[in-house]
Write a protein that binds this ligand. Structure first.
Ligand code: IPD
Ligand code: CA
Ligand code: CA
Length: 281
């Protein structure tokens, strides 16, 4: 495939405008009572998810007709193009469906002419707070146009971290053990319900770390780039290189990454897992 790679930064204005437009659409839906449909036993979808993805695909098609798109609701249209978008049209559907205003649109662009595709631009827009997080490869990360950086917290015990739980195959997820152990070793663990925003909150220093099992490419594509461009680190749970289809996401400010990896090693080895405590004790 011959490469005509454009400057990553050149995509950010169009991507930001699409994210803002889709976010405004979500906010309109948010004020209506929507019917909840089920993709799995607790995996929700609404008309807003679908309308947002349709809008994003329409805008990408108008402005970048040669680009491929992988979106959560409509899947992949793969023409073997040089660029691929990753679209989560509504990250935080459960929150959205319950009227809890923590959700976002997440868009990322990958350049695919290298062996492994590389995300080169990303935008995550939270319409409730009017916060737009953006990044372009090698150009840093921004919140509403202002540069952002990960936190400088270097001690795990002083960290506020975040995690999430998948809505399918919940019984197969060991994360509650991780939640407990990391809670005991930090200032606390938040479960806000939008992985894309969790990652952006690491990027801007509100959280010092984030992890989750079994995320999909559209959940992490933008957020991981934004963390890395804000000076943070992302990996799998054994410290190896994060890949878009890794299904293991550990992101941090970099300073506490090894301490988190160490905790993960211990937990996977079954060390430090106490018997069920007595809450009256
Ligand atoms: C979900 C959110 C949530 C995470 C789940 C994701 P969705 O995405 O990011 O925080 O814990 O694993 O599936 O379904 O709302 O797009
Ligand atoms: Ca998602
Ligand atoms: Ca979604």
């Amino acid at each position: 495939m011959s490469s005509t790679r454009q400057n990553p930064e050149s995509f950010v204005p169009a991507m930001s405008a699409i994210a803002r437009e889709a976010g405004a659409l979500l906010l309109n839906f948010f004020h209506q009572k929507l019917k909840i449909e089920y993709k799995g036993d607790a995996d929700l979808v609404t008309a807003a998810d679908r309308a947002s993805e349709a809008l994003v695909r329409e805008r990408i098609g108008q402005q970048f007709p040669a680009h491929d798109v992988l979106g959560e609701e409509q899947g992949l249209n793969d023409r073997g193009g040089e660029y691929r978008w990753y679209v989560d049209p509504l990250d935080g559907t459960t929150n959205f469906a319950h009227g809890y205003p923590v959700f976002a649109v997440s868009l990322a662009l990958e350049h695919r002419s290298e062996k492994a595709g590389k995300r080169i631009a990303g935008a995550v827009y939270d319409p409730s707070r009017d916060e737009l997080f953006t990044a372009a490869e090698g150009q840093g990360a921004q919140l509403n146009g202002q540069p952002i950086h990960v936190s400088k917290v270097a001690q795990l015990k002083e960290c506020l971290v975040a995690t999430g739980f998948p809505s399918h195959k919940r019984h197969k997820n060991p994360n509650i053990y991780f939640y407990q152990q990391i809670t005991l070793r930090t200032h606390g663990v938040r479960r806000a319900g939008s992985a894309a925003l969790d990652l952006c909150n690491v990027a801007c220093g509100r959280f010092d770390g984030f992890w989750e099992f079994n995320l999909n490419p559209w959940d992490t594509a933008a957020g991981v780039l934004i963390v890395e461009e804000a000076g943070g680190r992302a990996s799998r749970f054994d410290g190896s290189r994060f890949e878009i289809d890794s299904r293991e996401t550990l992101a941090s400010n970099g300073l506490v990454h090894d301490a988190l990896l160490d905790q993960f090693r211990q937990i996977f080895a079954g060390r430090g897992l106490d018997p069920l405590p007595d809450p009256r004790g």
